[in-house]
Design a protein around this ligand. Structure first.
Ligand code: PLP
Length: 373
């Protein structure tokens, strides 16, 4: 089979989604499945839907259109604010979008009116991640303006954590989000239906001891796809961590003197300097590189160590014996490596398990299909 390729186990993704939907359901929270790391791959989105998520979310309209074209019919929201030239598409294809700017919301409203519809708006509140968000003290007047805007309907508020910063939210943050929802409603009536507490970084809080209060939704990407906690990188109990694997082919295997990394010459390139010593190590070169994935986010089979990567090569220390040229190595990926591999045109995507094509569930076990995206 072609390499490099990502192999995708839809059954494990569905099982992860189902587990999280059930666990969060007992706390009164719904799950939105986040598809941005897999570029809205329709089979993966379909596996999340089969797992029971209440809806999907993506950061790019292109990915949303990809899912809609493949027949994914559930509610989809934009978790990144829409761009000026995509208002029409966002209104047409998305049920809701997360927003922080009045100008954008006015344009969404105008586009929705033109299409004879109303677009739902969720206001992202800044709670310490310092990426996008309306400052808490400005939220009430902001919400009042949204409510007064034709063509849009205020659906809820949301917070975001551990994206730009690596700070996980605290119970205090969540209590504040709930208070903000109360405040908005105090002025504007019962309009805050959706209170979305963040992404996978917030699972520990939801599944912990305390009450989840008014927070009734999480937007989960990494936990469903990789079964890991974005803050610690650790596996989350009960979830599959091997739904994805990267396969790369060995193109050289030899014993060479140890290499010592010396100085950095900017970007991601590293100079490797030959050092005289008798300790000849078995080294394997894989035909995959920084153009295909984030090499620093890969996990190699046990006993193998990452030495370095360039745009098209990854060098591995295989200690005992090298791998035969032409053989394949199975490699684990973190979120960043997965995201890059899923969006890299030269990385094939091979799907195993139940696939949805144009929205029609396909029950028979399919052979792996190869899609170059
Ligand atoms: C990426 C993203 C998520 C999902 O984050 P995970 O850590 O993958 O669960 C949720 N909300 C927003 C706004 C995002 O950008």
């Amino acid at each position: 089979m072609t390499t490099p390729r990502v192999e995708i186990d839809l059954g494990k993704i569905q099982a992860n989604a189902r587990y999280l939907v059930r666990r969060l359901g007992t706390h009164g929270l719904s799950v939105t499945g986040v598809t941005k790391a897999v570029c809205g791959h329709p089979d993966i989105a379909g596996a999340m839907v089969d797992g029971g998520v209440a809806g999907l979310a993506d950061a790019r309209i292109k990915n949303v259109v990809r899912m809609r074209t493949a027949g994914i019919a559930c509610p989809i929201s934009m978790i990144r604010a829409p761009l000026l030239n995509e208002m029409e598409d966002v209104v047409e294809h998305c049920d809701a979008s997360y927003n922080t700017e009045m100008d954008t919301i006015l344009k969404l409203g105008a586009a929705a009116k033109k299409q004879g519809t109303s677009h739902k708006v969720i206001l992202m509140v800044e709670m310490g991640d310092m990426r996008e968000g309306i400052l808490p003290e400005n939220l009430k007047p902001f919400a009042a303006r949204v409510i007064a805007t034709a063509g849009v309907a205020l659906k809820g508020i949301a917070a975001n954590f551990a994206c730009l910063s690596d700070l996980a939210p605290t119970a205090g943050d969540m209590a504040m989000l709930a208070r903000l929802a109360d405040q908005v409603e105090g002025d504007c009536g019962p309009v805050v239906v959706h209170v979305s507490g963040g992404g996978s970084a917030n699972l520990q809080w939801v599944l912990g001891e305390g009450s989840t209060g008014r927070v009734n939704n999480l937007r989960l990407g990494e936990a469903i796809l990789l079964g890991t906690d974005p803050v610690t990188g650790h596996p989350i109990a009960g979830l599959h961590t091997d739904a994805f694997a990267l396969f790369a082919e060995v193109i050289e295997t030899s014993r060479k003197p140890s290499l010592l990394p010396t100085r950095s010459i900017g970007s991601e390139l590293r100079v490797l300097k030959l050092v005289r010593n008798d300790d000849r190590r078995a080294r394997t070169i894989l035909a995959v590189g920084q153009q295909d994935t984030d090499a620093s986010g890969l996990t190699f089979p046990s006993g193998m160590a990452f030495i370095g990567a360039t745009s098209d090569h990854i060098v591995i220390d295989t200690v005992e014996s090298g791998l035969p040229v032409g053989s394949e190595m199975r490699i684990g990926m973190n979120y960043s490596a997965l995201m890059r591999a899923m969006s890299a045109p030269d990385v094939a995507k091979t799907v195993h398990g139940r696939q949805k094509t144009n929205g029609i569930a396909n029950d028979r076990k399919t052979h792996p299909s190869l899609t170059l995206v």
